[in-house]
Design a protein around this ligand. Sequence first.
Ligand code: DX5
Ligand code: ZN
Length: 216
Amino acid sequence: MNILSPSILAADFYILGQQIKEVEEAGAGYLHVDVMDGMFVPSISFGMPVLASIRKSTKLFLDVHLMIEKPERYIDEFARCGADLINFHIEATEDVEGVIHKIRSLGKKVGITIKPATPAEAVEPYLKLVDMVLVMTVEPGFGGQKLIPHCLDKVRAIREMANSQGLDTDIEVDGGIDREDVHMALEAGANVIVAGSAVFHGDVTDNVKTLLKKLS
Ligand code: DX5
Ligand code: ZN
């Protein structure tokens, strides 16, 4: 099944609750929550208190994307604040397996994430251990960038890797995806689509419905 994961980074934070309700009512299944620390990526977004408030008011599956150095420092906190799935960058830690096990031990789903310059092969050793691979289709750090098309080749390669190991791994793509690009991402083998600007800029309900049609 294909899933839409709207990224609240592109939301209007003054009316965040209202916009989350809108994406939920329009039928999105996940909510993508981008956490940035100003170190792993140049920008700073938001963290635990925002996640905890969102958790209290929505049943959406919370797909948390940690763009932080040494994610091992904060796994407990993000689990406690209500993440359903924790994605962390394999470039950000020296102990990828340790972080995977930590997330699992807290009963949460596990995703590993790669930046555009990280090759598909880098996820191979961990594929059996995770629920999801998140392939960045822009340089992490900012919303509203243009999709880097060659990143979709990595999606293709990871889907083949998973198939050859008999794994039904979720592959998520994130960055620069608009309604015209969705089919390329699906064709490459992704089944979870993050969209920030394409959901929150303009009419949110209409955007979600249009994207969901492309995903069905
Ligand atoms: C970028 C974030 C993305 C971003 C996507 O670092 O990880 O989730 O919000 O936004 P768009 O869809 O606008 O590129
Ligand atoms: Zn993201």
